[in-house]
Design a protein around this ligand. Structure first.
Ligand code: ARG
Length: 268
């Protein structure tokens, strides 16, 4: 892929036309909720996921621009750089937390005060951002991995994004399990568009069928650490379509940025 095509793919401002294949665009916040599946087959519908239980992932946040996020601190959400438009004071984002059902009366809604987009973010790699909240939310945070030792195995992804390519945003949080895809395999899938030092891939290469999709961006990819606690290894970033065979999901490699993120959070 040429550099310009790659830039196109990563540009947030392009709108729905460029969305079809390689896309970083968050799900439109206004998109209709998909109708409930009638007799839906478990495991066929994030794509290939199942509903998460209330309280199962207490750190999960939905952002009003149509992205996911995770509580990094009680007053800071970690999300994707392509979900925000820059850095600075910003009171336009609402974070919804504490519920799997976005329409629940128990939803905790807090406005943003500031945004920090990864320094040097240009649409390729470095897809992380922090959102400072107007007040802390009294829920557990999600620890980020500080080294590469958890960059392998099976990962959990979760979000309110589409359950199929072109599908609508979801009212209820969904989750799925995706296996790690190693660097050579992901390079074969995406060529130089994939930046191994900054991105980590996951998905079922042979069959596809399970993946994050539009509107899941910014949400965490996580697994259990040696102590049995959740640890964040990725941030949902992009993929060619959703859940296609041979086209894994691409996630920000959190281990590569954990120091930068920690320092940025201290200054936010
Ligand atoms: N860029 C999308 C978003 O903004 C996430 C796409 C993830 N795609 C994938 N095939 N894993 O919501």
């Amino acid at each position: 892929m040429t550099r310009s095509a790659r830039f196109l793919k990563r540009s947030v401002a392009l709108g729905a036309i460029a969305l079809a294949a390689l896309s970083l665009q968050p799900g439109a916040a206004s998109a209709a909720t998909e109708p409930a599946p009638s007799g839906g087959t478990p495991g066929t519908r994030v794509v290939g996921g199942v509903p998460a239980a209330q309280g199962e992932f207490p750190f999960m946040v939905r952002l009003s621009m149509g992205c996911g996020g995770a509580l990094y601190r009680q007053d800071i959400v970690l999300t994707a750089a392509h979900c925000v438009s820059g850095s600075g004071n910003n009171t336009s984002i609402t974070a919804t937390a504490g519920v799997v059902d976005l329409q629940s009366s128990g939803a905790i809604k807090v406005k943003s005060t500031k945004v920090l987009q990864a320094p040097g973010y240009d649409g390729n790699g470095k897809d992380w951002a922090l959102i400072k909240l107007a007040r802390p939310i009294n829920l557990p945070t999600l620890r980020t991995t500080t080294d590469g030792r958890y960059d392998q195995g099976d990962f959990t992804v979760a979000g309110w994004g589409a359950t199929r390519e072109g599908g609508g945003q979801q009212r209820y949080l969904r989750k799925a399990t995706v296996p790690f895809v190693d660097t050579p395999t992901c390079q074969q899938a995406y060529g130089s568009t994939y930046i191994p030092g900054e991105e980590i891939c996951a998905g079922i290469m042979s069959t596809g069928g399970v993946d994050t999709c539009q509107g899941d961006s910014g949400g965490p990819m996580f697994r259990k650490d040696d102590a049995g606690a959740w640890v964040q290894v990725g941030i949902t970033s992009w993929g060619e379509g959703c859940a296609r065979p041979g086209k894994p999901g691409v996630y920000t490699r959190v281990s590569a940025f954990s120091q930068d993120i920690a320092e940025a959070a201290d200054q936010l």
